[in-house]
Structures are given as C-alpha cells and as structure tokens.
Design a binder for this molecule. Structure first.
Ligand SMILES: NC(=O)c1ccc[n+]([C@@H]2O[C@H](COP(=O)([O-])OP(=O)(O)OC[C@H]3O[C@@H](n4cnc5c(N)ncnc54)[C@H](OP(=O)(O)O)[C@@H]3O)[C@@H](O)[C@H]2O)c1
Length: 316
C-alpha cells in the first residue's frame, strides 16, 4: 500500500488532500509543528500525525525515509524576506536532498500562480521565493509534479469567509488591489488534483495550473461574498489608490496576529492570478467547479438570520 508524507498536511488544502487519500486507503504521515494544529486529521484512518521540525535536515530525512512519495504544501503568506526564503526555498532544497538520500523519487509540490522565471522578475517576496522553490524542484532530477493554483476557496477558506464577516459590520469596503484578477479554484478540486497527480505517471515532470472556470476582480469577489451572506449586492467597494493601499497594508502588518493584508500581498497582486495557457485541471481529469455554484452555499451561514439559527441550535 502507498505511503505518503504530506508536509503542511494540517493546513487548508492539506486537510482535504488527507481526507481524499484516506478514502483510497493510502497510509499518510503528517508532520506538524504542534500536534494541536492537526486536530482536524485525528479521525482519519491510516494517518499518523508526528510533531517534527521540517526545517531540521536530519529530522526531514528521517520523515522522508520509508515513504513512496512526498507532497509539499508548506507555505507562508506573510513574513520577512528571510522567512520566505527559509520556508519556500531552503525547505525545498533540504527536501530534495532528503528525497535523494532516502531514495524517494516522487514529489508533488503545490506552488502558486504568478511564479516567474527568473524568480527575481516576480513582484513580491512571496512570489520570488515560490518561484525559486518551484525552479529548484523542476531541476532536481526527481519525479516531480508542480501544481500552481489561483486563489483557493472552500467552506473552510479564510478569504471569502473573511470578506463575508467584515461586511456584517463594515458600512463600506475600502479595498486595495480592487482591480486585481483571480480565477478562484475549489479546494476539493485542488486536493483531487494532488491525488490524481500522485496516481498517474503521465503527470511526472509537468506543471499544471489549477484554476476555476470563472475570472473575478477582487472587488467582485468582495461583492459576491457580501451578497451571499445576506447583503444584497454586497457593501459598496471603495477601490483605494496605490498610496492609500500601501498605507492600509502597512497598518495591517502592525496589528496583532496574522495580518489580513501586507504590502507584499499587494505587490503580488500586480500580476493577475489567472491561467496563462499551461495544462490545467482538465489535463488531470478534473472538471473544475465554479465559485458561483459552490461559495453561496457556505457563505450563507454568515447571514444574520442563519447565525441566529445556528446559535439556537447550539443552545438546545
Ligand atoms: N490557500 C490559497 O488560496 C492558495 C493559493 C495559491 C497557492 N496556495 C499554496 O497551496 C499550498 C497550501 O496552502 P494552504 O492554504 O493549505 O496553506 P495553510 O493552510 O497555511 O497550511 C500550510 C501548512 O504548512 C505548515 N506551515 C506553515 N508555516 C510553516 C513554517 N514556517 N514551518 C513549517 N511548517 C509550516 C502548517 O502546518 P503546522 O501548523 O501543522 O505545522 C500549515 O498547516 C501552499 O503551498 C500555498 O502557497 C494556496
């Protein structure tokens, strides 16, 4: 039976990949920095969660040993240039070395739309480091497959749910990067793409773009989230000029907790997050689902009437 190591398996995409692999009877190992981060995986059969530091080359080698394939989903959206380098480039270099030394050839890596060649041509630290990690793997001589998703949505996503929640309290939406374009892809489709890539040898040595069938600007996504959560048409979006967007992002970077937006995120949005013509999900046997068909179904739970229903149900 296939044994798969999933780095970042406790995250948004990883949870769905793990569930799909459990359904086909694969043995899965998920390293995590803290066991509590992987609580959602606890009920899955044939899955081991282990506390480990994937940045320690010796621990990474020990993790890789004995597996048939590795999936890499570890990434950060915010951080210093050094943190991006460590998470997206050094980790990839260590992973390649670990795979080579342990005789594990198969690696499926989830990268991102907007990566470029050369890496220095990308507009943000996030995209430069993702580009460099992606390029290292493609030059590694391993049996790799790279998936590059646009923004990913799903019932447990952070971005559409956040836009829906914000509109329950904000009278209007000042928005940086309002005109940036995205081709949102459903998390179930991305997870299935990972599983199909693992199962089909023809995907080795290939890059696939994971995009949904619809293109939206960021402003349209905000309005869709508002509308679906009970605010007809969504709150009025006020597109911010570049300087005001920078200022808003800088303020958000200094608020406590994970920032909603950073100047680096804004820089990433200088390139549209839409398909460029490389093979897509269809080449992986997947008919991508549309955001307009899926998202209203889960964003509706932010509607004030639905929230009251949920409260009543929880107090029974
Ligand atoms: N979500 C999107 O819209 C989107 C769009 C395009 C591309 N992607 C790519 O898809 C992949 C998966 O994204 P995701 O949204 O599932 O990410 P996520 O929810 O943030 O999960 C990433 C996982 O990586 C681990 N991790 C995070 N920072 C780490 C660090 N500094 N050191 C070690 N481990 C760390 C975490 O595991 P523990 O906490 O258990 O250690 C976490 O569960 C990433 O490569 C991302 O760039 C995502």
């Amino acid at each position: 039976m296939t044994k798969i190591l999933i780095l970042g398996g406790s995250g948004f995409v990883g949870r769905h990949v793990c569930a799909k692999l459990a359904n086909i009877g694969a043995y899965v190992t998920v390293p995590t920095r803290r066991r509590g981060n992987a609580q959602a995986l606890q009920t899955l059969p044939l899955l081991d969660v282990v506390e480990a530091d994937v940045h320690d080359p010796a621990q990474l080698k020990a993790l890789v040993a004995g597996h048939d394939a590795v999936v890499n989903l570890v990434a950060i959206l915010h951080g210093t240039p050094q943190a991006f380098e460590r998470t997206h480039v050094t980790l990839m270099r260590n992973l390649i070395e670990a795979c080579q030394s342990q005789g594990v050839k198969r690696v499926v890596h989830v990268s991102a739309m907007g990566v470029s060649e050369p890496a220095s041509a990308a507009p943000s630290n996030y995209l430069q480091s993702k580009s460099a990690g992606d390029a290292l793997l493609r030059a590694s001589g391993l049996d790799w497959t790279v998936l590059r998703p646009s923004v990913i949505f799903g019932a447990d996503d952070k971005f559409l749910n956040l836009f829906a929640r914000l509109q329950q309290v904000a009278p209007f939406m000042p928005l940086a990067g309002a005109h940036a374009k995205f081709q949102p892809v459903w998390v179930e489709d991305v997870a299935q793409a990972v599983v199909n890539a693992l199962q089909h040898g023809h995907t080795k040595g290939k890059v696939f773009e994971a995009c949904g069938p619809e293109v939206y600007t960021l402003a349209q996504l905000v309005q869709l989230a508002g509308n679906a959560s009970g605010i007809p048409g969504g709150r009025t979006v006020m597109p911010l000029p570049q300087w005001a967007g920078q200022l808003q992002a800088m303020v958000m970077e200094h608020l406590p907790g994970e920032p909603l937006m950073s100047r680096d995120n804004l820089a990433s949005m200088r390139v549209d997050n839409v398909a460029t013509g490389l093979p897509g999900l269809q080449a992986l046997g997947i008919q991508a689902s549309a955001l307009s068909a899926i998202a209203p179904g889960y964003l509706g739970r932010h509607h004030p009437l639905r929230r009251n229903d949920d409260l009543r149900a929880n107090t029974r």
